[in-house]
Design a protein around this ligand. Structure first.
Ligand SMILES: *[C@@H]1O[C@H](CO)[C@@H](O)[C@H](O)[C@H]1NC(C)=O
Ligand SMILES: *[C@@H]1O[C@H](CO)[C@@H](O)[C@H](O)[C@H]1NC(C)=O
Ligand SMILES: *[C@@H]1O[C@H](CO)[C@@H](O)[C@H](O)[C@H]1NC(C)=O
Ligand SMILES: *[C@@H]1O[C@H](CO)[C@@H](O)[C@H](O)[C@H]1NC(C)=O
Ligand SMILES: *[C@@H]1O[C@H](CO)[C@@H](O)[C@H](O)[C@H]1NC(C)=O
Ligand SMILES: *[C@@H]1O[C@H](CO)[C@@H](O)[C@H](O)[C@H]1NC(C)=O
Ligand SMILES: *[C@@H]1O[C@H](CO)[C@@H](O)[C@H](O)[C@H]1NC(C)=O
Ligand SMILES: *[C@@H]1O[C@H](CO)[C@@H](O)[C@H](O)[C@H]1NC(C)=O
Ligand SMILES: *[C@@H]1O[C@H](CO)[C@@H](O)[C@H](O)[C@H]1NC(C)=O
Ligand SMILES: *[C@@H]1O[C@H](CO)[C@@H](O)[C@H](O)[C@H]1NC(C)=O
Ligand SMILES: *[C@@H]1O[C@H](CO)[C@@H](O)[C@H](O)[C@H]1NC(C)=O
Length: 797
């Protein structure tokens, strides 16, 4: 079946009852979507026009303000992009929306130069840098960067449309790579764990210091805005040590947070820092980076009373002795099949029963770095990744010790999966997965790929760069080409064109009416009304096979069908509990007979970080059906068979799909490809060490009495020297500073502090206290940062 996929040709959908052919697209196809300017390690949809893209600081050809770019913005209508300036190194940051529709990214790497080596203005005894003269990137390890999404109607050159990136004004308390980010019900973002400075997995071996790894691991959580709260240790980070970065985090209706890492799972109470253990992951399959399983919360619906169930698919069941340490894995991961296993977990069952993992259908193929994109029809697409191996990059493993013998260059994954697959959570077990009619991309999307739902309900796929710096000639090269996947509902010739969607949603309160003209559907009007849902989707902030913050909530509705075919959908506001769907931006889609409208951007909640007001949901009117045999005038219906990948006709194909998928992937096997930065030469005093993660910049453990006490940790490699045992000693080296006095670094005579006017955030302002995270609007807090007009460009679409 895989070789005979006949694409379903879709006519253009209609913008109205007028025939208005849009560009014809083919359901199930994957098409080129232009050049992303920088390699799309991270992305988010800012508004109906713009997708913001971030890369690590590296040698991209695209230049901005005299240095290589690592930020860009891509336009949805033109499929073109242009570079945006970002000051600090965003490498392996986390990110999240803010309640007002702006976005924040957290952490990253120190300043690097060509080849991932340490930047020119070194700190920390030469093992890290605050700035690099070649790439002109600044230290991003504590950064909080804010972006207000703008549209073509705004002045993109205005500061209000540019990244705010100034650690002197806004920064985290701790240095974090690969931290988790999850909002609370008041919009506060919790940042959890991470590496201090990157690595393959977050441990030395043997793991004698699971809490700090000699200063290489960051076991704390902190809040943004902090509002006086200081970083505290999360014991779960100690328990899961080694495999605890980019933890999977989902706020639950109770206000507790599901946290999953290594093969452990818990519910965490952010207000008291207490933990409740949940069962271990069956089969000890690891889902966090670098195993990188596809993980998502299934749709929250009135039918499940908004009870979250989280699905975990893929990753790897590599064992403790195979994982290795900060530097690289023990085994040749690229020859170790990833997992196809899927498990579901309902952390807070409605009936009060004990939470338990439930085995789900295996994916059609094994995948590491697959990622789930929730579609408006309530099905989940999995895209990207590879059949073998893990995320990360390295010049060697313990098994293949020479870079020249690494079969896939620096990639620790192989066998890219070019064909998306669709999961239907409501189909009977045994029939939930399908990829019938889907094209296969020939662009490998391995480490540092990304994907996200666009406002027209297609899926943007971009990135891939399992290399320490730009490499266009290796088997899995740095990738700039974006693609769009068109899900099966693009076979529809008519798409719903609803009106009456408000631009704000409240938690509870009065319902509102959405109007669907008869041109929005075909077939019987009453049936269409019965089969209409209004869904709120947050596509999230994507990196590393994750869509942080991604959620789907179906609003409660009833309807009135008029005899002229117009349908009024009486639509409830959000359920009156902000923990179910945290405040902030989202898209509203109206889905009729499985066919989604375009998404309309809304702000859920007050727009501020604050306790959200709630009120009881108003009672909806009872359904009123049309008295006549009214039909829609939408021209032609969708090919509903294609829309239901899990329909019974496909059930028998599942096993075949597995086998066939492997064959197809085998063909792709010749194509292949982490956030491994090249081990810094300056820091590397280990004999014949080749490239793996940059392991410099250990900060002193937070409990350490003095950062300057004697006893050097070799080479700053996570206390790796000295037999790879995490040393409890603290380095003499001053790079283990107690205080991170960045402004003094920048005030040195060898840094051009006047670079990049007019916004030169690195002017010398006295750095405020270490550990600040201001509850301020950074765009207006510091007038020294501003040259633009106060309200120019502050528009949210
Ligand atoms: C939906 O979005 C697409 C892509 O931007 C656009 O071409 C189309 O006209 C939109 N449809 C409607 C009804 O606005
Ligand atoms: C993408 O854009 C970059 C920067 O302009 C350029 O160097 C590169 O060649 C382009 N790649 C492709 C595939 O067009
Ligand atoms: C995963 O957690 C287990 C149990 O705490 C621990 O023994 C193991 O070393 C961890 N695995 C890795 C690779 O860190
Ligand atoms: C890992 O998963 C594979 C495939 O399911 C299985 O054959 C193998 O026994 C598992 N290995 C371990 C260590 O659990
Ligand atoms: C994936 O791993 C399997 C099992 O070791 C191996 O046979 C296969 O060649 C690997 N695929 C690639 C593309 O390396
Ligand atoms: C690109 O990768 C190839 C193969 O891994 C390697 O030989 C080459 O040196 C790399 N080029 C650069 C510029 O790092
Ligand atoms: C359809 O009927 C409703 C109820 O009578 C009316 O409000 C609406 O304007 C009508 N719409 C059209 C397009 O005729
Ligand atoms: C709703 O529409 C979908 C897609 O056409 C179809 O598969 C499904 O059976 C419909 N459901 C009902 C209740 O009619
Ligand atoms: C949906 O609305 C109906 C009518 O107001 C109400 O009876 C029902 O409880 C609501 N369902 C949910 C899950 O809120
Ligand atoms: C990791 O282990 C390898 C050997 O397995 C060793 O060469 C390397 O120094 C270790 N690195 C760290 C950071 O512990
Ligand atoms: C959203 O809030 C942030 C943080 O306070 C602020 O910097 C940003 O300017 C706000 N965005 C808009 C569009 O007002």
């Amino acid at each position: 079946m895989l070789l005979t996929t006949t694409p379903l040709v879709a006519a253009a959908w209609l913008a109205s009852s007028m025939v208005q052919p849009a560009q014809a697209v083919t359901a199930g196809s994957i098409v080129n979507a232009g050049n992303t300017t920088v390699s799309a390690m991270m992305m988010f949809v800012g508004n109906s026009q713009k997708v913001y893209i971030l890369d690590k600081a590296e040698g991209n050809a695209a230049q901005i303000n005299g240095h290589p770019a690592w930020g860009a913005v891509w336009d949805f209508n033109s499929h073109t992009s242009f570079a945006m300036d970002v000051k600090t190194n965003v490498f392996c940051a986390s990110g999240m929306h803010l309640p007002n529709g702006s976005y924040a990214t957290f952490g990253g790497n120190g300043a690097v130069t060509v080849g991932g080596n340490i930047g020119s203005v070194t700190t920390d005894g030469g093992s890290a840098a605050s700035f690099d003269a070649t790439y002109q990137d600044y230290d991003g390890r504590k950064s909080i960067r804010i972006l207000n999404p703008c549209t073509d109607d705004d002045d993109f050159t205005s500061e209000n449309c540019q990244w705010f990136d100034n650690p002197d004004v806004l920064s985290m308390q701790k240095e974090r790579w690969y931290s988790a980010a999850e909002p609370l019900g008041d919009g506060t973002i919790v940042l959890i764990g991470g590496f201090v400075n990157g690595g393959y997995i977050n441990r030395n071996y043997p793991n004698t210091d699971p809490t700090y790894e000699g200063g290489a691991a960051e076991p704390t959580y902190e809040f943004y805005p902090a509002n006086g709260r200081t970083a505290e240790i999360m014991q779960f980070m100690v328990k899961t040590s080694g495999l605890n970065s980019y933890a999977h985090t989902y706020l639950m209706p109770s206000g507790k947070m599901l946290v999953q890492a290594n093969y452990s799972t818990m519910l965490w109470d952010p207000s008291t820092n207490t933990e409740t253990d949940l069962p271990d992951m069956p089969g000890q399959v690891v889902r966090v980076y670098p195993a990188s399983g596809a993980v998502a919360m299934l749709p929250l619906t009135p039918a499940n009373n908004y009870t979250p169930t989280v699905i975990f698919c893929g990753g790897t069941n590599m064992t403790d002795d195979q994982w290795g340490n900060y530097s690289w894995p023990v085994i040749d991961t690229f020859y170790y099949p990833a997992s196809a296993d899927c498990q579901r977990l309902t952390p807070e069952p409605l009936d009060g029963s004990t939470p338990a993992y439930e085995q789900d259908d295996d994916m059609l193929e094994s995948r590491t770095m697959g990622q789930f994109i929730i579609l408006p029809n309530g099905k989940l697409l999995v895209v990207n990744g590879g059949e073998n191996g893990t995320a990360g990059y390295s010049e060697n493993t313990d098994t293949t010790t020479q870079y020249s013998q690494m079969p896939y260059g620096m990639s620790l994954a192989a066998a890219p999966v070019g064909k998306p697959a669709l999961y239907d959570p409501n189909a009977p077990k045994g029939s939930r997965w399908s990829n019938d009619g889907f094209s296969t991309s020939n662009i490998p999307r391995l480490y540092h790929s990304s994907a996200i739902l666009l406002p027209d309900a297609s899926v943007l796929i971009a990135g891939s760069n399992p290399n320490v710096d730009v490499n266009l000639t290796t088997v899995f090269p740095t990738t700039y080409e974006a693609e769009i996947f068109y899900p099966p509902y693009f076979s529809a010739s008519t798409r719903p064109v609803p009106s009456g969607i408000p631009n704000k949603l409240t938690y509870g309160g009065s319902y509102f009416d959405i109007t669907l003209p008869s041109s929005s559907y075909s077939g019987n009007a009453n049936d269409a009304a019965d089969n209409t849902t209004v869904v709120v989707i947050r596509p999230g902030w994507t990196t590393h096979g994750m869509n942080m913050g991604q959620r789907y909530l179906q609003l409660n509705t009833s309807y009135t069908v008029n005899d002229n075919g117009t349908i009024a959908i009486h639509t409830s506001q959000m359920p009156p509990n902000p923990n179910i769907f945290q405040p902030g931006p989202a898209m509203v889609f109206v889905v009729v007979n499985g066919i989604p409208s375009n998404g309309t951007f809304v702000i859920v909640g007050s727009g501020n970080v604050e306790t959200q007001s709630t009120s009881a949901a108003a009672t909806l009117p009872t359904n009123q059906r049309a008295s006549t045999d009214t039909s829609g005038t939408g021209s032609g219906s969708s090919s509903s068979s294609s829309d239901n990948g899990a329909s019974s006709s496909h059930t028998g194909a599942i096993v075949g799909g597995v086998v066939g998928g492997l064959v197809a992937l085998g063909i792709l096997g010749a194509l292949i490809g982490i956030c491994l930065s090249r081990r810094r030469r300056a820091a590397n005093r280990a004999p014949n060490a080749t490239a793996a993660y940059a392991m410099g910049d250990r900060k002193n453990p937070i409990s350490a009495p003095s950062p300057y006490s004697a006893g050097a940790v070799g080479a700053g490699f996570g206390a790796a020297a000295g037999g790879g045992v995490g040393s409890k000693e603290l380095p003499a080296d001053p790079y283990y500073r107690q205080d991170y006095n960045a402004s003094s670094d920048w005030n040195t005579s060898n840094v051009a502090l006047t670079a990049a006017p007019p916004m030169s955030p690195y002017h010398d302002v006295p750095r405020r206290e270490n550990g600040m995270s201001f509850d301020v609007d950074p765009y207006s807090a510091d007038s020294q940062m501003r040259t633009g007009t106060p309200d120019g460009g502050r528009r949210y679409r």
